[in-house]
Design a binder for this molecule. Structure first.
Ligand code: VG1
Ligand code: CO
Length: 547
């Protein structure tokens, strides 16, 4: 086995964003680009530049274009950096939550996940890589900052020369002194799901004629959904649509929202719509929940799950606390109040939930961006949310719509929407954000129709467990009646800049709760445009995506 130390020059753009390093495939294929980042990860996580004896890593991805090539490179580099063993998903596949599950279950050192999540794939699409720590969660900022610093100073990387490892059959082989164990990517995850939810009740619901449709969007969740929904829960063949993972996701955009999951939306709003519909994203950590002709806003989904948590066996004892990202609506806060537990408000990105879960402070976490999860792993988990909903439906025997309407009647409705303006020129987006910040001085007390500004700030967060400070996490404008507007730049886009505008108002009166969110939020949308000069600066008449 030939171990080589290869001289390299650093790239200066390898800064992990909201969820790891994401770039176009062509960038990742630049000679040494992937190698440099992987060496920066190893140099950061291993003291004395070599893995501690016996250390095991988990490795897998969402199956997108370049997944297999990247896995072979990372395996050869892991062998050269002294890793004892790598657990790889068969075919190089592991959904993000399944990778988190495997990291935790086998008490490994950590894992490397290859995914650009909901971003399109293929030769012209995106690729991504992130490091998860031993708790199964995305590395916290102090580690991602260290990886970035290391990548900028790198002068060489280590790799062994060896033929490709066979990834398509479960079993073990060696690569130099390292063991590569190819594992079934679904088994451990499916077993965990079965331990949390009342599969017998869900099976009975389905056997009684309840119909469902799950859109895997030709991404990683296909095999997981087939095994769990069709095989273990008895859903009819054909329940899972677009179930074969494809390197380019069939040319689609594997983002489970009302715009990109249009095939599922057409089914759920059609004449013979099933009772329940759901979709997941490229790497399986997001979820969209639909009833018959009814969309569940992800912020509401978190609140409904929290309010009904004890119906699922894994949560029968109740929840320790809840956490949500800052832009996520306060619907979950109302449930937490009623349950007598705390609701934490963190910056965007799952990495901020890890410390709270590890400390036992929270059980459930959620983001408005179709992310919901719990302390069963340290990632958001798409199929977990789907199973939680099915468990609730099996026990309550109401429609999805009825469950949400009753929830609003009990807790009030946090009317919510997110408007995304994708691929704006970076300077336009930066200029808009700077302009909003400049307005902060004069905004407090200012009146816009019936709305009076109460406060504005640039959100920052001090982690209650380790005291670390994260600044610049989104511009908030709060009004006296509790409604709010948030402006934030995406940290996952790879083209120009994506601006997200988050809007929230509160409606306590059940008679007025069923109005369309865009109608109810129209005054706030106009105020946001007024303050930020959004339409004029962007030259856009409407957002790219409305949720
Ligand atoms: C987006 C979402 C954020 C989510 C992140 C990763 O980030 O807004 O809530 O955590 O994607 O999701 P941004 O910075 O583009 O707003 V995934 O499914 O990529 O792991
Ligand atoms: Co994702």
């Amino acid at each position: 086995m030939n171990l080589r130390t290869v001289a390299t020059t650093p790239f200066n753009d390898q800064k992990p964003g909201t969820s790891g390093l994401r770039k176009k495939v062509a960038v990742f294929r630049t000679p040494n680009y992937l190698e440099n980042f992987v060496q920066a990860v190893f140099d950061t996580i291993f003291d004395d530049a070599t893995a501690p004896p016996g250390s095991t890593l988990v490795l897998g991805g969402d199956g997108r274009y370049y997944n297999r090539e990247a896995i072979q490179i990372i395996l050869r580099m892991a062998a050269a950096n002294g890793v004892a063993k790598v657990l790889v998903g068969q075919g190089g596949i592991l959904s993000t939550p399944a990778a988190s599950c495997v990291i935790r279950k086998y008490r490994t050192f950590g894992g490397i996940i290859l995914s650009a999540s909901h971003n399109p794939g293929g030769p012209d699409g995106d690729f991504g890589i992130k490091y998860n720590t031993a708790n199964g969660g995305p590395a916290p900022e102090k580690i991602t900052d260290a990886i970035f610093a290391c990548s900028r100073a790198l002068t060489s990387y280590r790799i062994v020369d060896a033929p490709d490892v066979a990834l398509d059959r479960v079993g073990s082989c060696t690569l130099g002194d390292m063991t590569v164990e190819v594992i079934d990517p679904v088994a451990d995850y499916a077993e965990l799901m079965e331990s949390l939810f009342d599969f017998a009740a869900i099976r009975a619901l389905i056997a009684g004629g309840f119909r469902l449709c799950f859109d895997a969007m030709h991404a990683v969740t296909g095999p997981y959904a087939m095994e769990i929904l069709e095989r273990r829960l008895g859903a009819l063949g054909g329940t899972v649509i677009n179930g074969a993972p494809l390197p380019d996701f069939g040319g689609g955009h594997p983002d489970p929202n009302l715009t990109y999951a249009d095939e599922l939306v057409a089914i759920m709003y059609g004449d013979s719509a099933p009772d329940f519909g759901a979709a997941s994203d490229g790497d399986g950590d997001r979820n969209m929940i639909l009833g018959r002709r009814f969309f569940v806003n992800p912020s509401d989904s978190l609140a409904v799950i929290a309010a009904n948590a004890t119906l699922a066996p894994g949560y029968a004892k109740g929840v320790a606390g809840i956490a949500r990202s800052m832009p996520t609506s306060a619907a979950a806060d109302r449930v937490a109040d009623k349950l007598g537990v705390l609701c934490y408000e963190t910056p965007t990105g799952w990495k901020f939930f890890g410390n709270l879960m590890d400390a036992g402070r929270v059980t459930l976490c959620g983001e408005e961006s179709f992310g919901t999860g719990s302390s069963h792993v340290r990632e958001k988990d798409g199929l977990w949310a789907v199973l939680f909903w099915l468990n609730i439906l099996a026990r309550r025997r109401l429609s999805v719509e009825e469950i949400v309407h009753r929830h609003w009647a009990e807790f009030g409705r946090n009317v919510y929407s997110r408007h995304d303006y994708e691929a704006l020129p970076s300077d336009v987006a930066a200029g808009l954000m700077a302009h909003v910040k400049e307005c902060f001085g004069e905004l407090p007390g200012q009146r816009f129709g019936n709305y009076r500004v109460k406060f504005c700030d640039d959100f920052s967060y001090t982690d209650p467990i380790d005291g670390s400070l994260s600044t610049g996490q989104g511009l908030r404008i709060g009004f006296e009646d509790g409604s709010r507007i948030v402006f934030r730049l995406s940290g996952t886009g790879t083209e120009g800049a994506t601006l997200r505008l988050y809007l929230e108002a509160f409606e306590a009166d059940p008679a007025r709760q069923k109005v369309d969110a865009q109608v109810a939020l129209a005054p706030l949308i106009a105020i946001a445009d007024d303050i930020s000069e959004l339409r004029q600066r962007s030259g856009r008449e409407r957002p790219t995506v409305i949720t």
